[in-house]
Write a protein that binds this ligand. Structure first.
Ligand SMILES: [Zn+2]
Length: 285
């Protein structure tokens, strides 16, 4: 019961974070400073009041139209908010249900921070690529930085005893990314190389440069087996979506579809169900 109450609160918190991410997505893409200036309507540039900024609800109350210019508010804004709310609640549910983990123990905090920073960066990449067909480098640096800092925290804490050591061990049981560094580095290299060949081999048409680095960093987190699952799921979902969009005439055969979102879908599916899927595959062949 308490868990569901917490999940509801986290979901609502996520809606507001999602509203903030909408601002970050646009301002980082345009190279503006995202912590300065109030939010404004994209169409008439009118500064928005707090009552216009309640995630999802403002959109529903205004029936998707700007209060000042009557212009259409992009539905994407609410999609980002809802996705962030659901993703946040999903992450807390995941952390609370890990085997052998006392729900909401203090020792979960370092790994919790790690996961939330990681999730937020993935959401920013997902929706920036979907909206603008580009993955800003700053997000990629941030993602790689999270991996490095996480590894540092892990190695420093396990080499100490006491409370710090316990946190390190808990951290490891949650974040198994640092078990075999060599395997993870090789996965990253192979994955990056594969996407680099697609990118340069197709005259930069089939894959963006951002996909090279994104796929490599995600493979760094997953290691070899789970990277294969990510690779397969991202190409499968990408192909199915591409065919579906052509069939409903939303896209032409030659039009561009960003691949970053599919890499991230592949990553999440592999992270959650990768070992199950891989076993299933091995049993089939
Ligand atoms: Zn307006």
């Amino acid at each position: 019961m308490i868990l569901w109450l917490v999940l509801l609160l986290i979901f609502i918190l996520g809606l507001f974070i999602g509203s903030f991410l909408n601002v970050v997505i646009d301002r980082v893409y345009r190279g503006e400073q995202f912590f300065r200036g109030r939010s404004y309507c994209e169409l008439c540039k009118h500064t928005l009041e707090p009552k216009d900024l309640v995630p999802v609800f403002s959109y529903l109350r205004l029936k998707g139209k700007c209060r000042y210019c009557n212009g259409k508010i992009p539905l994407m804004l609410s999609v980002v908010e809802l996705t962030t709310g659901l993703a946040f609640a999903g992450l807390v549910y995941y952390l609370a249900n890990l085997p052998g983990m006392a729900s909401f123990s203090v020792q979960l905090i370092p790994a919790g921070i790690f996961y939330f920073l990681f999730l937020i960066t993935l959401l920013l990449i997902f929706f920036t690529d979907l909206k603008y067909y580009v993955i800003p480098n700053i997000y990629l640096y941030f993602l790689a930085g999270i991996y490095l800092v996480g590894g540092l925290v892990y190695y420093v804490s396990i080499s100490h005893g006491g409370v710090l050591g316990t946190i390190g061990i808990q951290f490891l049981s949650l974040v198994s990314f640092y078990v075999s560094i060599k395997g993870h580095l090789i996965s990253a290299l192979v994955m990056g190389l594969f996407f680099a060949i697609l990118h340069f081999g197709s005259n930069k048409k089939a894959m963006g440069e951002g996909d090279i680095y994104l796929s490599a960093i995600l493979a760094l987190f997953l290691g070899s087996v789970l990277s294969i699952v990510m690779w397969f799921v991202s190409f499968f979902t990408g192909a199915v979506t591409g065919v579906a969009l052509v069939l409903v005439h939303r896209k032409k055969l030659k039009s561009k579809i960003p691949f970053g979102p599919f890499l991230i879908i592949g990553f999440v599916v592999s992270f959650l169900f990768g070992s199950v899927l891989f076993d299933l595959y091995l049993r089939l062949i």
